[in-house]
Every structure is written in C-alpha cells, then in structure tokens.
Design a protein around this ligand. Sequence first.
Ligand code: CTP
Length: 400
Amino acid sequence: MDKKSVLLIIGGGIAAFKSLELIRLLKTRGLGVTAIMTKAAEQFVTPLSVASLSGNKVYTDLFSLTDEIEMGHIELSRSADLIVVAPATADLIAKMANGLADDLASTTLLATDKKVLIAPAMNVRMWQHAATQRNIAQARRDGVAMVGPNDGEMACGEFGPGRMAEPAEIVAAIEAQFSVPTRSLQGRKVLITAGPTHEPIDPVRYIGNNSSGKQGYAIAEAAVALGAETILISGPVNLPLPPGAQVMPVETAETMLKYTEDELPCDIAIFAAAVADWRVAATSDEKIKKTGSGTPKLDLVENPDILKTIATRKSKRPKIVVGFAAETENVIENAKKKLAAKGCDLIVANDVSPASGVMGGDTNIVHLVSAKGVETWPRMSKREVAQRLMDRLAAMLAQS
Ligand code: CTP
C-alpha cells in the first residue's frame, strides 16, 4: 500500500467526526491523504483538525483562486489513486447519481477518472427513502463502490440502517480496492453449502428457517474471484446466482448431503447452510386438513449432520473443512464445542440473535475459532467477510 494516495471527501453529517480517525488509520498504513470538505462538513469538524491529521492542505472552495493556481480541481480529482467519500450524505450521493457539480466536492466527483468508494451515513428514513435508494442503485451502476451503512442506533435516536461504517471497515474496503487481484485458488475446487433447507410436512407446508443465504453466496462469489472451481449447493433463497459458480439447488438436508458427497473430492468445503435439524418422519402425500379433533401430531427425526459427515470421512475428506456456528448466546464457547464435536478445521461463529441484525442483514461480526485460538473480526459487510475468509483459506491451503 506504500505510496498510494486517497482523496477523502468529507460530507456534512454527524459521522464526519469519524473521518478524523479514518485519516489517522490511513496515515499509519503509509497512505497519503488529501481532504476536501463540504461547507456542511465544516459545521462538524474543522479544516484545521483535518489538515493537522492528514498533514496536507484541506480544500474547501471551488472558486478559491489560490487553490486553482496551486492545484486545480481537475488535477485534484485525478492525482489520487482512489476517491473516498466519508461520510457520504444523502445530498452528496444524489449529486453523484445525477451528475450535479455545484461545489468543490461534487465537481471533483464529476471530474474524476478514478474509482470512487462511498461510506453512506444518514438518518434511517433518509436512507430508506425511495429517492436515496434510486440514487444508490444509479451510483452502483456507474461503478461506485460502497462500504456500509451499518445498522444501529443513530445520533438522532432512531435505530436502523444508516450509520456510517466504522473507520476500520472503511480502511479494509480501501485496502481491498488497492489489492491486486490474485488467482490464489486457480485449479482448486471449493464446495459451499448455503441457505436454509425446507423439510416437507405435506405437499404445501415445510419446516424451514430464516437463513437468507447471503453469507454463503458471498463466499461463492469470493471463491470464483480467486479462480476456484466453485460448487454452490443451495437451499431455497431469493438471491441472484453468483456468476461463475456452479449452483445446485436443493430443498432438503438429505439431498444437500447427497449432492455434497457426489462433489467429493474437493480442496475446501465450507458449510454455511442453516440446515434444518429435524425433518418430519412421515410426510403426508395429501395436504393435511383440519379435522376439528385437535392438532396434527408431527413426529420428527434428526437430519444427517452434513458438516460432521464430511469432516469425519476416512476417504475423500476435503483438505480444509469449515463450519459455521449460528448462536444466540455464548457464541465463542459454543463454537469451540462445535469445532471439536464436528471434526472441522475452522468454525466461523456469529451471533444471530435478533438484536445483532445478522440474520437477513448485510453485515456480520464473526469469530474464527480453530485449534490455534479465536480471532474476532470487526463488523463488516458479508461480502468483505467472504473475501477475507477465502483469502485466509487460500493461504491455509497453500501451506498444507
Ligand atoms: N450443519 C450441517 N448439517 C446439519 C446441521 C448443521 O451441515 N444437519 C452445519 C451448518 O452448516 C454449520 C454447522 O453445522 O456449518 C453448525 O450449524 P448450527 O446450526 O450452528 O449448529 P447445529 O449443529 O445445528 O447445532 P445447534 O442447532 O444445536 O446449535
């Protein structure tokens, strides 16, 4: 990352105070930081603080003659390796999406030929507003990368998505932009299970769970990006298929196990599916009707444990077997027990209690539990978790 430079555009929001920590972190990583502040940003942090931390002049005014002589806005917009907008307010995003240029920040964004990464921050209602969502979708189509926003309590007292990603997460997203794509899994086969399973009760009903499949699909995407032959065995989800992965849709745990066994041998197997623990012993061929004489009795039998079955195989065991532990309490303790009980090499543990917002959400806080110990990663997007996890597994595979 040496010698790379970031042009940081600070928008006017309460989260602007976090941009100071962001600058500090970027500087400790040897990156050059030049900042532009909007007029509104100056209401939250001072140009003096930003200049002191970045060690560079702070640009605020489109029409400042001195600035134009020293460095015109066109040059400013092109001299950096990456433009980062943090906090990206609803107003700045709207200007970007519509090509408006009425101050130094928006003019720079329109004049740049460099990649732009935004860290949105705004009130939850503003974030959820159709206009903002339309602008975000447009910005993405224009190639803008995004980190966050996270769910959580807002400065205004409301709760939900709209909090700016933490500085460490933004740094990780910046580093990802600078990293040279490697094909570290070229020639390797990676198998992933994802999503829930649906265990039929009768032709119209099933036992299922709330798994969205987002984390498993993001892992498949990351595996493809590293050049792996990627097999995604997926329960029923409502997600676009990851390009480049071979997707095998399944409904039940038993089929998921069969397809998984059929795909062996493989180098890495990652079990991200939320497999239903039980299925109905005898499914009904006809829809079960209300009879007026009480509720139907459903006898359940335990489903095969796919992770354990594969991890404890004598033959064709994948070189690396990774399980997930979805917990609502004692996350790490339970994950350690699962690591031992299932015979896998690594457990990715996460808190899926409703307060965590992980189930169905776009971010995750994970703990990597292995024989070596526990490593906790900061909250980041499921996509970033996937990329970091696949990089880690590729490195483990290379050493094995
Ligand atoms: N798993 C599996 N097959 C099952 C149950 C779980 O492959 N029948 C895998 C999951 O894909 C995950 C790991 O086992 O990688 C742990 O799943 P989790 O639901 O957290 O744990 P369970 O083993 O089901 O235990 P419990 O529900 O009692 O916590």
